[in-house]
Design a protein around this ligand. Structure first.
Ligand code: NAD
Length: 728
């Protein structure tokens, strides 16, 4: 038919509409598919021979949500038009819900976002018993809310208390749970799913009205303004505030939709939801989250910047040298990607310890129900512990994660090159040593590259790939293929001290040290850090990463770069005094030692800020300007990023944004470091940095790149239409 959906009517007079969007990877709600679906559904409604309609999909998933490209284009529309369009969709879904002829959703696979909302608008829902099918409303992750009735229908089925966690976090629901909740009415075998849906129609199982259209309908969990209701909204509101720090408007608006909407008749409720949706849609947070969390990350995952002309690598064997904290994690991810791994260390004992980490990690995954025991064992079995370089023969790539020592790394490089083929790529997971220098130890420096993982490796989504001066396109392409194979997100940067991520991340903690030395209360520093949208305060973060590591890196940098050069660049040495004090004087290296800026209990959980910090840095100024502190934390990271761009370390704004959010957790609400600048506007940001430089010194001085771009009226994302912000 349309190449989007198919439809037929069986001899019993039941019509089936099958979503099957040929040119798309999955079924999505786009202008075209919705138009085609609506026409088909209406034709069946108007056909006297049809008793009812079943909706299903011919793809693995049912429907996975709205077409994000369509949403992005709609950002250029005026708010009134967005709202009007939203209401057109809602009226159609409401028509499905209230039509005399029943419509039944036969959910054969994942039903997410608008796809789940369409199913919820059907008066009867059957789900396949196939393993792992997900139902969910993930709109909140894009800074939006389910705007096609999701907050209202799920709210009415589950009641506010049960519905809000699904709506405000976007978490998924599985079939059994959905059946228990009454979100679906039946579970049927995958091959009898449509038959079960048809049977429900023919046997009159589909109610004539949705429950909320019946007189006297009551949703579960207490009437409006009952004790339960009050507790849910009062408690939930403060919990959300704590978690979002007011940086994410969507959970708040979702709560408002449930609170107000559930007290209104359905049609009015849908209009209220539509208004809330429109406000979020027009606001900056959804734009930021969609731009970087969706488009930027997808482009990186699809390797859009992979050098052209290099054939795709099929990995059968990858070597990992050094079976310590990082190496064992890298081995886990590589094995999970489907490839054999040789995990090599200096002693059998060390290699075996690394392998044990892999076994334990996957056993835990199986215990948590994330995979079967058999799968966990099969993955771990791919990792071969070794002490013999000969085992690396035939590997397409090897990654070293041995001690951070040039000499050791040089020996490992030479030993690996001696047994591997000429197109084998050698990756180093060094966190600080420039790649070009390390590549001097290689016979084939063109096949030498930085592959920088973050700790804990299994959990952190980003890998920073660093090209040395001589690194070839081939090596870059192979490294990118490898990151794709292990299902992480790559960004490619050029060589420099600290590369991109470590260098910028360091400015956040350093600014925290500066505040400490100025006499800002440590508790204020931590709270303001979190209030900016960063995942933790700077002191907690450095405790976790290792204060001793930061101390070592800073001193090595001083040794190699020179104190004078750093001073000329505006390095604030008061921050170094804080580092020296905590590591050398009071010997508190961080969380792993159970003592850092915080105290830790026996389970290594933080208990309080160590009172010694207050003694050493007495609070001088309790009347702080919180907005200015926030600005310092975020501006300093953005400035360092701009310097990285000016120096050619980072070559594209989207790489910088993706790297910042997925690498060190830069406040996602801003869309990343460069989007942050873009949101403020370059000329305004420039002005603010100049003011900060005047008060706090050279480190806030704007780089020439910023001055030039601001003067020319240039932007980092020039092709985007950024509408005037509606108030969120
Ligand atoms: P680690 O001390 O836990 O592990 C290092 C391993 O290398 C040990 O098992 C050791 O036995 C082995 N090793 C040492 N010399 C060897 C040799 N000649 N041949 C084979 N194996 C040898 O260290 P780690 O924390 O895993 O760090 C490893 C590398 O990763 C370092 O370069 C580090 O800078 C980098 N890195 C660490 C982190 C982190 O957070 N820990 C993050 C990014 C990068």
């Amino acid at each position: 038919m349309s190449g989007l959906i198919k439809s037929d009517i069986d001899s019993d007079g039941v019509a089936t509409i099958v979503w099957d969007m040929q040119d798309y990877p999955m079924n999505v709600l786009s202008e075209e598919s919705l138009r085609a679906f609506e026409a088909e559904w209406r034709a069946h409604q108007n056909n006297d021979d049809v008793k009812g309609v079943v909706i299903t999909s011919a793809r693995e998933a049912f429907i996975v949500g709205a077409d994000i490209n369509m949403l992005w284009r709609m950002r250029a529309w005026p708010a009134a038009e967005v709202f009007a369009q939203n209401q057109v969709l809602n009226r159609f879904f409401r028509e499905i819900e209230t039509a005399p002829k029943p419509t039944v959703a036969a959910i054969n696979g994942d039903a997410l976002g608008g796809g789940f909302e369409l199913a919820l608008a059907c008066r009867y829902r059957v789900i396949s018993d196939r393993d792992g099918i997900k139902l969910g409303l993930p709109e909140v992750m894009l800074g939006l809310l389910p705007g096609a009735g999701g907050t209202q229908r799920l709210g009415r089925i589950l009641g506010p208390k049960e519905a809000l966690p699904y709506l405000t976090t976007g978490k998924n629901m599985r079939a059994q749970k959905a059946l228990g909740f009454g979100v679906v009415h039946d579970i049927a075998p995958a091959d009898g799913l449509v038959a079960a849906a048809k049977k429900a129609i023919l046997e009159g199982k589909v109610p004539a009205k949705a429950p909320w259209d019946e007189k006297g309908f009551r949703f579960p969990g207490g009437a409006p303004h009952s004790r339960d209701w009050t507790q849910t909204f009062a408690g939930g509101g403060s919990m959300l505030r704590r978690e979002t720090q007011g940086n994410y408007p969507s959970p708040q608006r979702i709560m408002a939709c449930v609170y107000h909407g559930l007290q209104l008749p359905m049609d009015k409720a849908l209009s209220y939801e539509g208004r809330q949706f429109t406000a979020l849609f027009m606001g900056p947070t959804s734009r930021n989250l969609i731009r970087t969390g969706w488009f930027g990350r997808n482009a990186a995952n699809k390797l859009e910047k992979r050098p052209k002309g290099v054939p795709e690598t099929t990995f059968t064997k990858v070597g990992v040298i050094g079976a310590g904290v990082m190496g064992a994690g890298i081995a886990s991810c590589t094995a999970a990607g489907g490839c054999d791994v040789v995990l090599l260390d200096i002693s059998e004992e060390a290699a075996a310890k690394g392998k044990q980490h892999v076994i334990d990690y996957f056993a835990r995954q199986a215990a948590k129900g994330r995979m079967t025991k058999e799968k966990a064992e099969a993955i771990a079995a791919r990792v071969k512990p070794s002490t013999d370089y000969k085992d690396l023969e035939g590997a397409q790539m090897t990654i070293e994660a041995v001690f951070e020592d040039r000499g050791i790394k040089a020996k490992v490089t030479a030993a690996t090159e001696a047994v591997t083929a000429s197109d084998h790529v050698f990756g180093t997971n060094t966190s600080t040593l420039p790649i070009t220098g390390l590549a001097e130890a290689a016979e084939r420096p063109e096949e030498f590259i930085g592959v920088h993982f973050f700790s804990p490796v299994e959990k952190m989504p980003l890998v920073e790939i660093i090209r040395g001066e001589k690194t070839s396109d081939h090596a870059a392409a192979v490294a990118m293929d490898y990151v794709k194979m292990i299902k992480k997100t790559p960004i490619v940067v050029n060589d420099a001290r600290g590369f991109y991520t470590s260098r910028v991340f360091g400015t956040y903690t350093r600014e925290g040290f500066m505040m400490l030395s100025e006499g800002v209360s440590p508790a204020v520093i931590e709270n303001v850090g979190k209030a900016t949208g960063m995942p933790m305060g700077p002191l907690e973060l450095i405790d976790m990463v290792g204060i001793d590591t930061g101390h070592k890196i800073t001193h090595e940098t001083i040794k190699e770069v020179g104190r004078d050069v750093m001073a000329a660049r505006g390095e604030p040495f008061e921050a170094l005094d804080v580092l020296d004090w905590i590591v050398e004087e009071v010997e508190r290296p961080g969380q792993k030692a159970g003592k850092g800026f915080y105290d830790y209990d026996g389970d290594n959980k933080k208990t309080r800020i160590w009172p010694g910090v207050y003694e050493r840095f007495p609070t001088k100024n309790s009347d702080v300007d919180v907005d200015e502190l926030k600005k310092r934390f975020l501006h300093i990271q953005a400035l360092e990023t701009l310097r990285c761009m000016e120096e050619g370390v980072v070559t594209a704004a989207d790489d910088a944004d993706v790297g910042s959010i997925f690498g060190w957790g830069f406040a996602p609400c801003h869309g990343g470091v460069i989007s942050y600048v873009e949101n403020i506007g370059l000329p305004q940001f420039l002005k603010e940095c100049e003011a900060l430089a005047e008060t706090y010194g050279k480190r806030f001085e704007p780089p020439q790149l910023l001055r030039d771009m601001a003067a020319r009226g240039q932007r980092f994302y020039p092709d985007e239409e950024i509408p005037a912000h509606a108030a969120e």
